[in-house]
Design a protein around this ligand. Structure first.
Ligand SMILES: O=C(O)COP(=O)(O)O
Ligand SMILES: [Mg+2]
Length: 212
């Protein structure tokens, strides 16, 4: 089977690094720092949307957007030290690879920081493709980047694993079966997010894939 994963809030808890990076930018401008929950709520639609939501939350003017995004992007690749895989992720990925599944990533995080954090955690080599928010002409919830990720994995049934409303919509629009990790950065109740199956701990994932 071809299995594609979302990244932030699905395989990795990256919000502490994203928050620290954002708070450096805000501190330079005399603004109050982001709380962790606020940070979670801004993640999922890519770097430009994150910076826009951060800017609006601190009432910074629109004319600052380009400079904020440039500074954010410049620091993004090295913002890896506080990021951890969720419990059970490493073992689940290893089990899925050992069972012969082809694994890929489709994230709205730009490709370079996505690859950098995966490499930092020793996980990059496990993925045959990494499609980022800037890898295709469009980003999720447009289905094109998800199709691109599956195309890179060859043939076979498809499964997408993600944590958010954006991921569920992307899978639905792509016509692909979706598994929801409930422990990430979703904003809505699990019941309000379309999914084939949901799981709260990664040790359940190989069994769910086997049952798909
Ligand atoms: O919003 C982002 O930059 C990334 O989020 P995702 O990995 O959940 O797609
Ligand atoms: Mg996510």
């Amino acid at each position: 089977m071809r299995i594609v994963f979302d990244l932030d809030g699905t395989l990795i808890d990256s919000a502490p690094d994203i928050r620290a990076l954002a708070n450096r930018l805000l501190a330079d401008r005399g603004c109050a720092p982001l709380a962790l929950a606020e940070t979670h709520s801004f993640i999922g639609n890519g770097a430009a949307v994150f910076v826009e939501k951060m800017r609006q939350a601190r009432a910074l003017p629109e004319r600052e957007q380009a400079a904020l995004l440039a500074e954010f992007s410049a620091g993004y690749e090295t913002a890896v030290d506080l990021t951890r895989p969720y419990p059970g992720v490493v073992a689940a990925l290893r089990a899925l690879a050992a069972a012969g599944h082809a694994l890929g990533i489709c994230t709205n995080k730009p490709a370079r920081p996505a690859r950098a954090v995966l490499a930092h955690l020793g996980l990059l080599d496990g993925f045959a493709t990494v499609v980022g928010g800037d890898s295709a002409a469009t980003r999720k919830p447009d289905p094109a980047p998800l199709h691109q990720a599956f195309a890179a994995l060859g043939a076979g049934p498809c499964l997408y694993v993600g944590d958010s409303e954006v991921d569920a919509e992307t899978a639905q629009r792509a016509g692909i079966r979706f598994l929801l990790f409930t422990g990430g950065y979703r904003k809505s109740p699990v019941a309000a997010i379309p999914h084939a199956a949901a799981f709260s701990a990664f040790d359940a994932l190989p069994g769910l894939v086997g049952a798909s």
